[in-house]
Structure formats: C-alpha cells, structure tokens
Design a binder for this molecule. Structure first.
Ligand code: AMP
Length: 325
C-alpha cells in the first residue's frame, strides 16, 4: 500500500542523479540491511544513477552482506540527495557529511525524538526499517527492481530487528512482506548460519556472563562488561555488546541491561518485555524503541542510578499489571 510519504521519497529519488545513503553509528542488522537493500534496489532500477552508502564506521555483525562504499571528499555531496535510514536523530548519523547533501530524506521506525530532513517518512509501528524498505518496494513494484541480493539484505534486517519475528511489533504485514522477499530465493540456511555461529571465545564469554550477571530486588537483570572482561575473552566491542541478549529469558526479569565499558563512557543496552523502557533511556542521553533502547552513562555511580530507576519502574509495573512473565 502506498502512502504520501513513500510517494514523496520516490519523487525525490527520481529527481537526483546522485544518491548517498546513511545510517546510524554502530550499525546493527537493520541499519546495514535497509541501507544496502535500498541501494541495491535503486542501482538495479536506475543503472544510470550513482547510488552509494558512505559511512564512517563499520559493523562486523552482518559483514557477510558485503561492503559499503568508499569515503568521499566533501565536494562529492553537494549535488547529492542524502537518505538517512533507521536513525532517530541527526546526532546518531555515522557520517557527518550527510549535512552537505543538497536535500535529505529521513526514513525511520524509531520513536521520533527529532524531526529532520526535507522529506520524512517515519512509521513507528514497523518492526524494522527493513520492513519499510520492503513495503517501499512493494508499493512501487511495477517500476522498481528487486534483486535476490537486495531481498536477502532486507530480509536479514527484518529477521534481526524483530528478534527472529518474535516481537510484538511483528504484524501480518511484516510476514506478508517477508514472504514476498523469500519468494525471490533467499538462502536461509546460509543466512541463519551467519547469524547464529559464534567463535569459541564468545561461548566462553557467554558462560561468564551467566556467572557474573546480577538481579535487583524487583527483577532487573544486568551485567557490567568491564574492560578486563573484554580483554580476558579478546572481545570486539560488538561481541561484548552481545551480552545483553544472554539475559533475555529470565522469568520475572522483565528488564535486562548490559553495560559495556568504553574508554570514556559506559554504553548501555536496555531491553524489556511487557514494560516499556524508553523513558529510562531518554533520561540517560538515549532512546530507541519502547522495549529496546540504547543510552550512555559516564560513571559507575550513574550506572547504579540507572539500575535503581529501572528497578523502581519495574516494581511499579509489576504492582499495577497482571499477566506478565
Ligand atoms: P542498541 O542497544 O544500541 O542496539 O539500541 C537499541 C535501539 O535503540 C536501536 O534501535 C538503536 O538504534 C536505538 N538507540 C540506541 N542508542 C540510542 C540513542 N543514544 N538515541 C536514540 N536511539 C538509540
């Protein structure tokens, strides 16, 4: 189904010969899949246009999808249309050169903390930005070209951002669009192998997380992955950050948090079921979705404050709601 914003996005794309696609820093499967998927749809549809993805950082997690494009000098961007996908605020865009583009489009599914761009297409209810790119293709399938490679990229982000089609944000539409992508011939065996296989040291780290995790009085599970732990298991930042997913299935622990120690700050990854946590993240320079957020704290004291806030929030939720697990 088309909507006005989708039409505005396609109209802008048609007006430009050069298009640069951006995403947020520390890219996850959705940020990578949605940008690569859109790039490859546009390249297949408009071979005469110069369509690139140019960012300043890199993510290992879905590196199997292939490479982004090379850095370019500032002049390159002045006649380009910029498209930022999966990024709620301009501050989180990986490449500051997005500001040099002639016009900017925002395509996102996060809670909209900051409006930006000349055209905005934001649908918070979507399970992923990739789902939006799939919907975009479907809306204009009579004129856009979807290659199996683009379908795989988009499907990968849909799978990862929806917790393997598990979260509440997954709708009938999500599954219909996923079905449309699968019909192009995605190799799901290879895809899931790429997503699930871990190095030996990552499994050792996982068992260490279970040994070291803590839980508050009202059920907030958390782990502090300090630098010593990261060294002990020879972890990349991405591998260390994966600790949050190891805490996701503890009965009665509706909020779980991983704190990843960096040189100057502590990265916070907040997750929940039933109860929302975005307000807690926003209090600590973060944001995201109702039940999956990121934030930053600058000391262990501040980390303890965040844990106490989460504990009080969960206590209140449990006291006034039933049916949670
Ligand atoms: P993460 O734990 O970093 O995977 O983040 C979970 C979700 O929150 C992702 O969709 C991120 O894009 C989003 N997010 C993370 N950090 C921030 C932030 N500082 N501000 C706004 N959204 C964020």
């Amino acid at each position: 189904m088309k909507n006005e914003q989708m039409k505005a996005v396609l109209d802008k794309i048609k007006q430009y010969n050069k298009i640069v696609i951006f995403r947020h820093t520390r890219p996850d499967g959705d940020a990578t899949g949605s940008t690569m998927g859109l790039r490859d749809i546009l390249r297949a549809t408009y071979p005469e246009k110069d369509v690139r993805i140019i960012n300043c950082d890199y993510g290992d997690y879905v590196a199997f999808l292939g490479k982004e494009d090379e850095a370019q000098p500032d002049e390159f961007f002045s006649d380009a249309l910029g498209i930022v996908i999966d990024t709620a605020t301009l501050e989180r865009v990986s490449n500051p050169q997005h500001a040099l583009c002639r016009e900017l489009i925002k395509i996102d599914h996060h809670i909209p903390i900051q409006p930006y761009g000349d055209v905005m297409w934001v649908e918070e209810h979507r399970s992923s930005a990739c789902e939006m790119i799939a919907a975009f293709y479907e809306a204009f399938s009579d004129e856009l070209v979807l290659t199996p490679k683009a379908a795989t990229e988009i499907y990968t982000g849909m799978v990862t951002d929806s917790g393997r089609f598990r979260f509440r944000s997954v709708s009938g539409d999500t599954m219909r669009l996923a079905g449309m992508l699968l019909d192009t011939g995605i190799d799901t065996d290879t895809l899931y192998a790429n997503l699930y296989m871990k190095d030996f040291n990552e499994f050792k780290f996982q068992s260490y997380v279970y040994k070291k995790m803590k839980i508050t009085e009202n059920g907030v599970a958390y782990i502090f992955v300090d630098r010593a732990m990261q060294r002990k298991f020879n972890l990349t930042k991405e591998q260390a950050s994966a600790a949050v997913s190891h805490l996701d299935s503890i009965k009665g622990s509706l909020i779980w948090i991983a704190f990843i120690e960096n040189d100057k700050e502590i990265r916070v990854r907040l997750r929940s079921r039933f109860v929302t946590v975005n307000k807690i993240a926003e209090k600590y320079s973060g944001g995201g979705h109702d039940c999956a957020c990121g934030a930053t704290v600058y000391s262990k004291k501040e980390m303890q404050r965040l844990i106490s806030d989460a504990d009080a929030h969960l206590a209140q939720y449990k006291a006034s709601n039933e049916g949670w697990l």
